[in-house]
Design a protein around this ligand. Structure first.
Ligand code: URA
Length: 240
């Protein structure tokens, strides 16, 4: 890999910034100052130092995004803004993708990564990964609805697995609820609520497995996963 690309990938700066850094003689490759950004290095083998600090190459990237309404859970789209468009150009990589999809109007937790096996494991129906959603609903949800969720709801194309409906606030024609499902069928939460004769007016994902949306993370912003959050992903038994 070219030295300048490597330096961008380890997060030292943008392409033009790292070129300047190299030109100034601040980068050493295997102990020797390297002033050509075009030099090829062997990532993971050559020792690269910036001002005597060793740079380590990262294979996988993990960003926790607090998705806002109005952006698509896709990598690119000709007409709409996508979740990848929310990344700073320095953090953007063409191999990043969202783990699963949230509807365009759904907000909340979305993991962006380039770790395919992890995404596959998190989305695999066999793993029964619990997703928790907070929903505002037009209509008053009832104990009867809770039973329907728990029993599984039959649709034309599938029958939902047992799910949990927790009533947070109900009254004056509307409800605030928490919904825990272990599947990820298209519009699943909205369809389950609609099957009870009510309508989701707002939907936010709070967690996916053990990974929880950071309440300090402002809507529309993202940050790298922390060590302790990465440790939670070890349960999926894939290289991280
Ligand atoms: N269920 C839905 O209906 N929409 C989402 O975005 C996620 C789950």
């Amino acid at each position: 890999m070219r030295l300048d690309r490597y330096l961008v990938e380890v997060g030292l700066g943008s392409r033009s910034e790292v070129k300047q850094i190299v030109k100034k003689g601040l980068i050493k490759v295997n102990g020797q100052v390297e002033k050509s950004a075009k030099t090829h290095i062997r990532e993971g083998e050559d020792q690269i130092h910036y001002q005597d600090q060793e740079l380590t190459y990262q294979t996988f990237y993990y960003w926790m995004l607090n998705k806002p309404a109005g952006v698509l859970s896709a990598t690119q789209d000709s007409s709409s803004k996508t979740v990848l468009d929310l990344l700073d150009p320095d953090d953007w990589r063409k191999d990043l993708f969202p783990v699963g999809r949230l509807d365009k109007d759904t907000e909340g937790l979305l993991l962006l990564t380039n770790n395919g096996p992890l995404a596959h494991a998190m989305l695999s129906p066999k793993r029964h990964v619990t997703k928790v959603y907070r929903a505002l609903v037009a209509g008053e949800m009832t104990v009867e609805d809770q039973k329907r969720f728990a029993e599984g709801i039959r649709f034309k194309d599938f029958t939902s697995k047992p799910a949990e409906l927790e009533l947070l606030q109900v009254g004056q024609g509307c409800s605030e609820v928490l919904i825990r499902i272990q599947e990820g069928k298209f519009h699943q939460v909205k369809r389950m609520v609609a099957a009870c004769g009510k309508e989701v007016t707002y939907l936010e994902r709070l967690s996916m497995g053990a990974l929880q949306l950071d309440p300090e993370l402002a809507r529309g912003t993202y940050r790298a996963l922390r060590e302790e959050e990465l440790a939670l992903l070890q349960d999926y038994d894939v290289p991280l």
